[in-house]
Structures are given as C-alpha cells and as structure tokens.
Design a protein around this ligand. Structure first.
Ligand code: GRF
Length: 224
C-alpha cells in the first residue's frame, strides 16, 4: 500500500502507553515497520495516562474522556457495578469523539474499558474497524489481570505457557476474531515482573504486526 494515501489511525489508551510508543516508533523507523499510517488522535479515559504525554511528544492530537461524570449522571441503583446506561452514554460520546477525525482504524492499546454496542454499533455504521491488544491467546484467559492469572496458574503447576493476541473487537469481551497471536513461555521467568516484561516485549512487536495487517487491508478495500 506504499503508494496509497495513509491509513488514519486513532489509538485508545488508559495508561503508560508503551504499546502506543511501539506503534509510533514503528511508523518512524527506517524503514518503517508500520508504513503508510498517520495517527489522527490518541484518546484516554484517564487524564493521568502517561501515554498522552507520549502522544504529545510525537505531535499527535490528544483527548481525554473520563467516565466519572457519566457515573454521576446515571447513578447505579444497586451502587455496585457501573450502570449500563452510564456505560452506553459514555460509549456513545466516545464514538462521536472518535468519528470526528474520520479514522480508518481504531486501535485499543491498553484501553481498560469494555466497549458496549453503543460504541461498536456507531463504528460499524461508519465502517471503521476496531482492534484490541490482549495479553492472552484467543479462547484462553479473558478480561482483566490475565498476566497475573497466568502466573498464578504457572505457580500452581497448571500451565507453562500463555500468550498474546491482536483481535477484532466484538461485544463479547476478548473473543473477537484474532488477527495475529503468539505463544509466550512462562518457564524461565523467576517472578511475575519477569513474565510481565516478557509479555510486554512481545506485545510491542505484535501490536505493530496486527495494526499493519488491518491498516493495509482497510486501505486496500477503500481503494477498490
Ligand atoms: C498491555 O499489557 C495490554 O495487553 C493490556 O494493558 C497493557 C497496556 O500497556 N491490556 P501500555 O499502556 O501499552 O504500556
């Protein structure tokens, strides 16, 4: 796709943004391992996310959309989990914010919110693909704290491997079709910290591979 116009990519984050940094670096490297991509915006649900600073340093526009005001607007009668109405109102606004830039692709890189149909439906209607990085193989561990859970099972003698994947986002959490995945050996790691390091290093490669694959496909379809 080197001669076509660049794919416009928006990235959703919540924290450190080391995977965002991997994407930025891959786009800038010589030769780029993520060519023909332009970053339209980085959006965080947390104002303190270090990834926002990484984005600004790379001259990528940033926005923050926090969930707290939505929680206050739609209080959960049971006072426990975030109320569905609040989640949907947040997701509708998030979709509107994302779509303002008319991206071709949205990459969730450590975005720690579960997206509802209010977001996914709006993006589907606009023809925008959305992918996510997840620290487990498809069909294995889903949800939060997968690295910790894999480590615990390793310590209990129940597993020797875990993995990572980049997958399309659907309403079922971490169950969308995988784009690429890699096994990661747990053996040889002496602590949870070492496993985390090993997984993050592998993620920084895989997120580039997954984003490149989908960006190329999206732009090819657009050209036809
Ligand atoms: C990654 O491990 C990702 O798989 C998980 O959150 C982490 C994000 O790290 N969902 P970073 O913010 O990209 O450094």
């Amino acid at each position: 796709m080197s001669s076509s116009s660049p794919a416009k990519v928006s990235v959703l984050i919540s924290g450190s943004g080391s995977n965002l940094q991997a994407l930025i670096n891959a786009n800038k490297s010589t030769p780029p391992t993520l060519p023909n991509v332009t970053f339209t915006r980085v959006i965080s649900d947390r104002a303190s996310a270090y990834g926002l600073e990484r984005a600004s340093a790379a001259n990528i526009p940033t926005s923050t959309l926090g969930f707290l005001p939505y929680k206050s607007r739609f209080p959960d009668p049971s006072g426990s989990l975030p109320f569905q109405q609040a989640r949907e109102a947040y997701d509708a606004d998030l979709a509107a914010l994302v779509l303002q830039d008319k991206p071709d692709l949205v990459v969730c890189a450590g975005f720690m919110r579960i997206l509802t149909g209010a977001f996914l439906g709006a993006l589907e209607k606009a023809g925008v693909r959305i992918i996510n990085l997840h620290p487990s193989l498809h069909g294995d561990l889903v949800g939060a704290h997968c690295i910790e859970r894999a480590w615990k099972e390793f310590e209990e003698g129940k597993r020797t491997k875990t993995g990572i994947m980049v997958h399309y986002v659907i309403a079922a959490v971490d169950e969308g079709e995988p784009i690429c995945q890699r096994e990661v050996d747990i053996e040889g790691c002496k602590s949870l910290g070492e496993l985390e390091e090993r997984i993050h290093a592998a993620e920084h490669v895989l997120i580039v591979e997954g984003s490149r694959k989908v960006a190329e496909e999206v732009m090819k379809n657009k050209a036809n």
